[in-house]
Design a protein around this ligand. Sequence first.
Ligand code: ASP
Ligand code: MG
Length: 427
Amino acid sequence: MGIVVQKYGGSSVADAEAVKRVARRIVEAKKAGNDVVVAVSAMGDTTDDLLEKAQAVSPLPPARELDMLLTAGERISMALVAMAISDLGYSARSFTGSQAGVITDSVHGKAKIIDVTPGRITTALEEGHIVIVAGFQGVSQDTKEITTLGRGGTDTTAVALAAALQADVCEIYTDVDGVFTADPRIVPTARKLDRVTYEEMLEMAANGAKILHLRCVEYARRFNIPIHVRSSFSKLDGTIVSGSIDDPAPEEGTMEQAIIAGVAHDRSEAKITVTGVPDKIGEAARIFVALAEAQINLDMIVQNVSEAATNRTDISFTLPHTDGQTAMKTLAALKDEIGFESLLYDDRVGKVSLIGAGMRSHPGVTAKFFSAIAEAGVNLGMISTSEIRISVVVADVDVDAAVIATHTAFDLDADDVEAVVYGGTGR
Ligand code: ASP
Ligand code: MG
């Protein structure tokens, strides 16, 4: 008998009907002879609603209390799912993250899982129960406080449980049929991928694909847990995330690795330009040390050639727009020390990324990508690349056009419209 770990996102447990539907699905897995462990997210938009409530009483709520509040969302759904299962004649036990042994560091709001001690889960399984775990939360090893793992963290809870329990598979149930070659809300002809490697999925998640939490993919890769991303609204097979781009080539006669896995986009970044930075050794370092000390994660960085007349240059970078104000304040405080001219802030930008392991061995991918964007009448801002990704920054109003043009240029369109978005949120 194998252990199956399943995760249900907020849109899959949005209301009573949805909870009952999920309960039936969980019971099916149990009836098929598996030990079943389930990680659940908060119902629908509960987490956003709780955040709003916090804002209403305090503009800057203490991080500890915010975690106390937010973890309540998952506690509601775990108990309701357990009740619905018991109504079907099966017995379920719900556990908070802390009870389930999800041990984290002590960083409120974005804690990292450092260990999982699933003693209570294995005991409950041995006693024949279905186990339901509140996602997105744990308990700090040092401070013993309740923590949350960051938005979308239930994916990571599920994979961490799968690793600790040595589960056969981690099934992530969501409101689309799997991982698509682009966001079906923008490209209705996007195709479902049957399989994608960890590295490609990491690049997609890191560059805006919301289907899986980035840390969950990192975790799955580290522990070699296959993830099956599939819809809780249909019975179709979804996408298997497994294997590495460095695995030996498939045997002869099997399909060649696709050149492109997909096109991701991200509207959550902003761009800051520091103009007139004196072109002296150490100036860029000063800027980026200050940003690092403010705990700001940067994405793309571009430094222009300095103008001969002034010996000054512009430095631009992108960052999450939620960090925009902190970054601007941090840099403004350095204006005299560094002697730059001005700071420009632009959050009307978006990033479009082309991802695929095959681009390592196929020349011309960049040329085709940039040509497609140009033909769509879209201007490129910044550019960055990794071994298996090319990203460009464009104006936010141009993101859709750039995604559609790129998707078509690389022949990714399906013949029919096949992407169905069952829920509302894409999670
Ligand atoms: N409920 C949390 C969120 O909305 C965690 C999750 O959904 O995975 O971010
Ligand atoms: Mg959610």
